[in-house]
Design a protein around this ligand. Structure first.
Ligand SMILES: C[S@@+](CC[C@H](N)C(=O)[O-])C[C@H]1O[C@@H](n2cnc3c(N)ncnc32)[C@H](O)[C@@H]1O
Length: 322
């Protein structure tokens, strides 16, 4: 199993701007690449969350190297307010989210995320094989043909969703679909190879993974929570890897900074379009990795970084902020 190469690391640290005495959250600890860089950049405290118990175990090892400065919690970043609240943390100077999967997860066939090696059709980020929760195999075996097609279309932007759903339903009537390679073969049987060399099963695997882990719901909850937790001057930095993620981040940041018509003051995210914005967009356009990075680490190719800062403001301005 290989390690994880952190994506846009220098850019992330520059946008977050860690300072001595600050309190930060890395909502996606993964292999700890960002965490190490943040802890090395300033004498700060870092809280880290990951829903994957294997990442949390790596975090415990790293925490021992930064005594009293790194605290790693298992859970979904969408629940960051409750998770941090249990430790008495109610305000942060910065939050970073590096969405999606780590290479540890993708490269381990036993986790079932990749069609490149045979493994159980699992895809749960938060559970290892013995845990609970709905797996990708559960979806593939139990969803109706229409639900399967909708899932592939909405979460994978798969044009051939209906054709693939039909093939899955026909195949599962013959024998249960329980492995990554069997599902990939079924999809390859009905999706012609693309000219850009993308594997025919890529979009379907993305769709199932997003649904299994409620990834878009988690992102929406996390953005709202981060906005609430940020102290004056605090920053939110998000790296996303596909258009569904990036669209949510882009829209949220545009609304929070008053660049797009926002929601009403009853919006569950706590943003109020009628109040003057209390955030500034640090990245009017998404930042992209440089060529040197994408050559060194092809997984960085689709990365987009967006960042937001809460105004430093006056104490009066800060009363009742989002
Ligand atoms: C791309 S990796 C992060 C890599 C990390 N920045 C590094 O430098 O090593 C994403 C991590 O976020 C975790 N993750 C994804 N969605 C999550 C969620 N909703 N809540 C908590 N962790 C999540 C995954 O389990 C994975 O370990």
């Amino acid at each position: 199993m290989s390690g994880h190469i952190p994506v846009m690391l220098d850019e992330v640290v520059a946008e977050l701007g860690p300072r001595d005495g600050g309190v930060y959250l890395d909502g996606t600890f993964g292999g700890g690449g960002y965490a190490r860089a943040i802890l090395d950049a300033a004498a700060c405290t870092l809280w880290a969350i990951d829903r994957d118990p294997e990442a949390v175990a790596r975090g415990a090892i790293l925490a021992a190297r930064y005594p009293g400065r790194l605290h790693v919690i298992q859970g979904g970043f969408g629940q960051m307010i409750a998770l941090l609240g249990e430790h008495g943390v109610a305000a942060l100077d910065g939050v970073v989210l590096d969405l999606g999967l780590s290479s540890f997860q993708i490269d381990d066939p036993a986790r079932g995320f990749s069609f490149r090696g045979e493994g159980p059709l699992d895809m749960r980020m938060g559970q290892c094989a013995s845990g609970g929760g709905v797996t990708a195999a559960d979806l593939v075996m139990n969803l109706s043909e229409a639900e399967l097609a909708d899932t592939l279309f909405h979460f994978g932007e798969e044009r051939l969703s209906r054709r693939i759903a039909r093939a899955i339903v026909a195949a599962r009537a013959l024998a249960p679909i329980t492995t990554t390679t069997r599902l990939a073969d079924i999809i390859r049987g009905v999706v012609p190879p693309s000219r850009d060399g993308i594997h025919p099963a890529t979009r379907s695997f993305q769709a199932l993974r997003i649904r299994v882990n409620d990834e878009l719901g988690e992102i929406e909850r996390a953005l709202a929570a981060a906005a609430q937790l940020l102290a004056p001057g605090g920053r939110l930095v998000v790296v996303s890897f596909h258009s569904l993620e990036d669209r949510l981040v882009k829209r949220f940041m545009a609304e929070a900074s008053g660049r797009a018509p926002g929601p009403s003051r009853h919006d569950p995210r706590g943003l109020d379009s009628r109040a003057p914005p209390v955030f500034s967009l640090l990245t009017p356009r998404a930042r992209r990795p440089g060529e040197a990075e994408t050559t060194r680490n092809p997984r960085a190719r689709s990365a987009r970084l967006r960042a937001l800062a809460r105004h430093a403001g006056t104490p009066a301005d800060q009363k009742g902020m989002a």
